[in-house]
Design a protein. Structure first.
Length: 594
């Protein structure tokens, strides 16, 4: 859908989405960059693509539709051949009593409408939908991943006995079966919402697994003799050395699927059965989420918001690999990012690009370590510094010195909880008084799977289950239960589980809990879980906590003091979210049990 500048300006002004002076600035940018005004307006977030399509739909008097791809009958959508549906971004989504319903990205394209009439006949009603919505609906043409892979990989290839052979250019060309196989694996992973793709050689076959919501699932098995060509194709895309199979390699490439741009971070590793490949999927079109969208609320949200507005100091995020630390830091940097501050980062690797910041990639082979990068950054006049990870005493010392000299420093550490982070810095040789005076807050976090909102089940826990839960979460007094009820009430007010009106705690006891449906549903892939969310604890470095740090107190003592001062632990945060039907007790215990 391409809207003329005059129509676009009229729509935005009538909807109150833009002011005259803002429009003048956008027109100037249009002339300077030679990009369409429509794209510039959406890029600067004056309006979303969906909102603009809805306004345009009213303007041209064609109804707007938000398609649900899963609700479209495959037999109906295939009444238009796939190549023409993709060429004109058109979806036939319903037929009622012989009357057809057609959605298009650009219903003003008279030539496209006339062409499609040849296939569906004249008796149809026209709708307008967003390009992204149309592209998602067009995925219905696709069959299951296993079926498509079977079609692509030639049966004769599967019968060959040779396992390792030199790979020819023909084997890995753009239109080869191997190239199509790689494309299918990538598209399948993105459609399934996977964060990682594992291609693992086994003795008899090549195993392909996707990590979805933090859990690995096997998706397909490929014939063993396609391994060399498959790995070579991925290496070509990632600009890696094809003939080097004895040492690990790292690379990166980008693909566009469903109108969105994805970056694939590639790692190869020689193992006993061949070369293993793992690809991390990063959605580059995703905007940084707000802290509330990540799952911060209550005291945790207040503490982190107070810490990030300090003029200088150090804020640390802790947790194991894959616990969402980088996502939290990117969200915080996006909040602080404005033209008046210089934000510089040293990362390994640079996962997401933040417009307007200076991001540096670590390169140990060239001598560019975290410590060297941080030392160089300090000569670049930064206001805010983000160090991807504090791995050694030198980096820790430089981070503390930067915080002391008027910089706001963000970094991550691998520790089990927030309180353990402080003794860890002591182990790295940092003086207690320096830790106490520079650290503003420490965040501990984990990622838990969210219950599928379509099929989750509520139940009343039996007495033995309740006793076990109270013991596991150290809920020993009536006052503790009352406090949990108060937290649940606050969580509801702050938007946690607003679709649930009943409280889990009534009359000082837990009367309702939620769990995953064992059979699941189509929406969650029959797992009972869909998506992930964070559970957090934010330890503010108060005067009392500073005294404990200087006195070399244990992490348990520091944690107990922080809880007394109002800190909500990760387990408590998870428990409240379980009460609100966001996740399950089992899931909280899976990620927090030590």
């Amino acid at each position: 859908m391409r809207i003329s500048d005059s129509t676009l300006e009229s729509l935005l002004q009538r909807a109150g989405k833009i002011k005259y002076d803002q429009l003048e600035a956008l027109r100037a940018e249009e002339k300077k960059t030679n990009k369409p005004l429509q794209d510039i307006v959406i890029k600067h977030e004056f309006i979303t693509d969906k909102e603009l399509t809805q306004l345009y739909a009213k303007e041209i008097d064609i109804p707007f539709i938000d398609l649900d791809p899963k609700a479209i009958d495959k037999k109906i959508i295939e009444l238009i051949p796939e190549r023409f549906a993709r060429q004109y971004n058109a979806v036939l989504f319903s037929v009622e009593r012989g009357h057809k319903h057609l959605a298009m990205e650009d219903p003003d394209d008279v030539q496209a409408v006339d062409f499609i009439k040849k296939y569906i006949g004249p008796n149809f009603k026209l709708y307008i939908a967003t390009k992204e919505n149309i592209l998602n609906a067009l995925e219905q043409y696709r069959e299951g991943l296993a079926t498509e892979l079977d079609k692509v990989i030639d049966v004769e290839v599967q019968k060959e006995e040779k396992i390792e052979e030199d790979v020819s250019e023909q084997d890995i060309a753009e239109d080869s079966p191997i190239a199509q196989t790689v494309n299918l694996l990538l598209e399948g992973a993105i459609r399934a919402g996977a964060s990682d793709i594992h291609i693992e050689p086994r003795e008899e076959h090549v195993q392909v697994r996707y990590r979805i919501d933090g859990v690995l699932r096997e998706t397909s098995k490929l014939p063993r003799n396609v391994l060399a060509a498959l790995v070579s194709r991925i290496k070509i895309l990632s600009n890696l050395k094809i003939d080097e199979r004895r040492v690990p390699q790292d690379g990166r490439f980008k693909v566009s699927v469903g109108g969105k741009l994805y970056a694939l971070r590639v790692s190869t590793l020689p193992i006993t059965d061949g070369e293993k490949v793992v690809m991390r999927v990063l959605d580059e079109s995703n905007k940084a989420l707000t802290l509330q969208q990540l799952g911060y609320w209550g005291q945790s949200l207040e503490s982190i918001n107070n810490a990030i507005v300090q003029p200088h100091g150090m804020i640390l995020v802790t947790g194991p690999t894959g616990s969402g630390k980088s996502t939290s830091l990117y969200s915080i940097l996006s909040i602080l990012n404005n033209p008046t501050v210089n934000i510089s980062t040293v990362e390994d690797p640079v996962e997401y690009r933040i417009r307007g910041t200076n991001q540096t990639q670590v390169n140990p082979k060239a001598g560019m370590t975290f410590a060297h990068g941080l030392r160089a950054l300090l000569r670049q006049d930064p206001n805010i510094i983000m160090v991807g990870e504090i791995r050694d005493g030198e980096t820790a010392d430089l981070a503390v010195q930067a915080a002391l000299t008027g910089h706001l420093v963000f970094s991550t550490l691998h520790t089990n909880n927030a309180a353990t982070c402080l003794p860890r810095l002591l182990d790295m040789g940092i003086e207690p008084f320096l830790i106490a005076s520079t650290t503003r807050a420490v965040v501990g976090q984990r990622l838990v799977r969210k219950l599928c909102q379509q099929c989750k089940q509520n139940y009343q826990p039996e007495e033995h289950e309740l006793d076990s839960m109270l013991e596991t979460f150290s809920i020993r007094t009536k006052n503790h239960i009352v406090h949990l009820h108060e937290l649940e009430e606050r969580a509801l007010k702050e938007g946690i589980g607003t679709e649930i009106t009943e409280f889990a705690i009534k009359n000082d006891t837990v009367v309702q809990l939620w769990r995953a449906n064992e059979k699941g549903c189509d929406a969650c892939g029959h797992t009972g879980y869909k998506g992930r969310m964070g559970i957090y604890e934010v330890l503010p470095i108060t005067t009392t906590v500073q005294k404990l740090i200087i006195g070399n107190a244990t992490n348990t003592t520091i944690q107990d003091q922080a809880v007394q001062e109002g800190m909500m632990t990760m387990q408590t945060d998870g428990l409240i979210k379980a009460f609100r039907g966001q996740t399950s007790i089992e899931e909280i215990l899976r990620v927090t049990r030590e």
